[in-house]
Design a protein around this ligand. Structure first.
Ligand SMILES: [Zn+2]
Length: 316
């Protein structure tokens, strides 16, 4: 298997040089936001580590490579939340601990991937600490996480952090264009926080049009002064996480307009919104929106409509 995503090329090269030089620790934390293809990199890394012929890539024909291709290599394990569960349990980590202490079956390395690592519950995380201490030297733990701040500090301190290098916008855009017949603009990357895989999903789901409709409605709300907060709050209730993130980006760009940063690629609507919203209020409401998004993520049971109405009234 070769590298599928061109924006990961420099990161993959640096990982390969670590493989070639034998600079691979026993515990690695790969931190990356979703939608960048980090799991694909970890797959390439596992394949290369398991290959019996080469150091930094999979030859594709040795016994190990064939087992990896069929998904039956006895020395690689993936630990993820079980079906219909949200977290990784302590029993799953205890099992991983047993694998970690055994010598590998094919005489090479053993790899245990934990993904997403932040879904380990507290007991599981504590069991992992023990596993990291007791693991055989030929065992490599790879933790994948888009929210490493949710991991125990003691786990973080035991892992070497392998971050993904920033995506090259040009490479991401030309890849996106090769995946779709639709016209791709940099706006979609902005709306997906630069994550090309999420951007592709958004293109396929017609999200650009959805964003533009949202931005039109929002500008209409701000500019006409009728303050029908109930109507807009009910509109934002559907797919709220996505829509609130978009509004956050739009308001951030509106602040940029006030700062005179028109040369940057700004989201559709930012220039128009800036005509109706002064800098101070835009700033205040952007901050308040971020707080609300964080609250909703932390406490999903909160009354969304109430929070939205309160926030919207802040524009008055
Ligand atoms: Zn091989």
């Amino acid at each position: 298997m070769s590298l599928k995503y061109p924006w990961l090329e420099s990161t993959w090269k640096s990982w390969q040089s670590r493989l070639e030089n034998g600079r691979v620790p026993n515990a690695i934390l790969v931190d990356s936001l979703n939608g960048y293809g980090a799991d694909h990199l970890v797959e390439l890394f596992s394949n290369a580590t398991m290959c019996q012929n080469y150091e930094s890539e999979a030859c594709g024909f040795c016994h190990s490579c064939l087992l990896m291709q069929s998904g039956t290599h006895p020395d690689t394990h993936l630990v993820s939340p079980e079906k219909d569960k949200k977290s990784i349990s302590v029993d799953q980590i205890r099992l991983a601990n047993r694998w970690a202490q055994e010598s590998s079956q094919l005489g090479g390395k053993r790899i245990i991937v934990i993904n997403p690592a932040e879904t380990m519950n507290e007991a599981a995380a504590n069991a992992l600490l023990k596993a990291l201490e007791e693991a055989a030297s030929s065992c490599i733990f790879v933790l994948l996480s888009s929210a490493p701040h949710k991991l125990l500090k003691t786990i973080l301190s035991r892992c070497q952090r392998w971050s993904l290098e920033a995506c090259d916008i040009g490479a991401s855009l030309s890849w996106l264009q090769s995946q779709t017949d639709a016209q791709v603009s940099s706006e979609i990357l902005k709306l997906s926080y630069g994550a090309p895989l999420n951007a592709l999903t958004m293109i396929n789901e017609g999200s650009i049009e959805a964003y533009k409709a949202l931005s039109d409605t929002f500008i209409e709300f701000i500019s006409n002064g009728s303050w029908d907060t109930a109507a807009i709050a009910s509109l934002l209730k559907d797919n709220s996480q996505q829509q609130l993130e978009w509004l956050w980006l739009l308001l951030s760009d509106t602040q940029k307009v006030h700062f005179g940063l028109q040369n940057e690629s700004l989201l559709t609507g930012a220039n128009e919104l800036a005509k109706h919203l002064d800098y101070q209020l835009a700033y205040k409401q952007t901050e308040k929106l971020r707080t609300m998004i964080n609250q909703l993520e932390q406490f999903p049971g909160l009354n969304l409509e109430l929070l939205l109405t309160d926030w919207l009234l802040g524009f008055k």
